[in-house]
Design a protein around this ligand. Structure first.
Ligand code: ZN
Length: 135
């Protein structure tokens, strides 16, 4: 097996899942707290599951440099929500299924929709938050 370099990771995603009204409210609050503290790109609010995800969720796209603060912050502040953190290295299947971490309880993913490779690893994109608080 060849050694991979961290530079292969173009960005990370943190997918915050929720199930039912109570968790949806907790996820909304978490989303606001993240936006107040981190320059990230928040994805749309998904009330219905979108493949490969089994539950409603929203996505946080983060630059690799933010991993060391945002992920520990999520570990301390996720409450009872499940969060999938995965790299975007151009290998969607491995990124989501093999090389991920879970904060909270692990959930199933629809493996069959995840391609082995993609042409270009997804970057975090322009942040759409304007943080005013320190994490
Ligand atoms: Zn993702």
């Amino acid at each position: 097996m060849s050694v991979r370099a961290v530079g292969e990771i173009a960005s990370f995603h943190a997918h915050v899942y929720f199930d039912g009204a109570e968790e949806a409210a907790a996820a909304r609050a978490l989303r606001e707290r993240v936006a107040e503290r981190f320059a990230v790109r928040l994805g749309g609010w998904r009330d219905q599951p979108v493949d490969p995800h089994a539950l409603p969720m929203f996505q946080i796209a983060l630059a690799p440099e933010l991993f060391g603060t945002l992920v520990p912050w999520l570990m301390l502040n996720h409450g009872s929500l499940s969060i999938l953190v995965h790299p975007n290295s151009g290998r969607p299947r491995d990124d989501h299924l093999r090389d991920r971490i879970w904060i909270g309880a692990a959930l199933p993913l629809a493996e069959e929709v995840l391609p082995e490779t993609e042409d270009e690893a997804e970057t975090a994109g322009e942040p759409n938050t304007a943080p005013t608080l320190s994490p």
